[in-house]
Design a protein around this ligand. Structure first.
Ligand code: NAI
Length: 247
């Protein structure tokens, strides 16, 4: 490969997305950092450039807005002439029990966690096929594999990524484009920081390695799945949960 790989990472401002972006930059990729607000992305860009020596760029975009997200991907392709790696990481929770869940809570989660992945993959497919190389990674969750009380919307959005990703893998595989799901278990980020201590303790008890995951644990898996070496790995769900579900 003569040219630098270009990676687009959503939800890069913090947590798992930040770790993925930093790791991909350390692997020599140019990373386009996408999230809702510009300021934290500017800080991350500066940090990545000083710590890894790799260049990065910033793209503030609300991924629940299909037109804005499609334009962000198109702009990336026109700025860099290619798109090699797409990591659909941004996601939200709006938890409630089924009987109390509002239409808005359902729709917010489905449009952010699921429709955005469809929009981004559709926009990325043509440039990746043209380049005869692509690595798509969709970040799901163990909630989508085994369910979780209070998360009907979230589990549905994450579970749907499995069938969607397998279909993308089948449609694009002959053009050198792979598509996989990485499904994290409990990872210590802003998303999980408000969980009561007794819940965290009961989670740890279920995890074979007896700790919560770190964002870097997910970034390591994404680094491999998006590498040039992973061309025969597609349509898979890689569960990175410390042995919590083993399903
Ligand atoms: P987080 O809440 O710490 O960060 C989420 C990121 O997504 C932030 O950068 C946020 O700005 C961005 N984002 C959210 N909505 C957006 C929108 N509409 N437009 C643009 N950016 C948006 O979350 P965390 O924990 O880092 O999670 C990352 C992914 O991993 C999510 O898809 C989440 O569902 C998944 N996950 C997380 C787990 C955990 O235990 N933390 C477990 C399983 C899956």
């Amino acid at each position: 490969m003569s040219e630098q790989r270009i990676a687009f990472v959503t939800g890069a401002s913090r947590g798992i997305g930040r770790a993925i972006a930093t790791r991909l930059a350390a692997e020599g990729r140019h990373v386009v950092l996408c999230s809702r607000s510009q300021a934290p992305l500017n800080d991350l860009k500066a940090e990545i450039e000083s710590s890894t020596g790799a260049s990065a760029s910033v793209c503030a975009c609300d991924i629940s807005d299909p037109a804005a997200l499609a334009k962000a991907i198109e702009d990336t392709v026109s700025d860099h002439g290619r798109l090699d790696i797409l990591v659909n990481n941004a996601g939200i929770t709006r938890d409630n029990l089924l009987l109390r869940m509002s239409d808005e809570e359902w729709d917010d989660v489905i449009s952010t966690n699921l429709r955005s992945v469809f929009v981004a993959c559709r926009a990325a497919a043509r440039p990746m096929m043209k380049g005869r190389f692509g690595r798509i990674v969709n970040i799901a969750s163990t909630s989508g594999l085994v369910g979780n009380a209070g998360q009907a919307n979230y589990a549905a959005s994450k579970s749907a990524l499995t069938g969607f990703t397998k279909t993308v893998a089948r449609e694009l595989g002959s053009k050198g484009v792979t598509a996989n799901v990485v499904a994290p278990g409990f990872i210590a980020t802003d998303m999980t920081k408000d969980l009561p201590e007794n819940v965290v303790d009961s989670v740890k008890a279920m995890v074979a390695v007896k700790r919560l995951g770190e964002p870097a644990d997910i970034a390591s898996a994404v680094a491999y799945v998006t590498s040039d070496d992973a061309g025969f790995l597609t349509g898979q769900t890689i569960t990175v949960d410390g042995g919590m579900t083993m399903c």
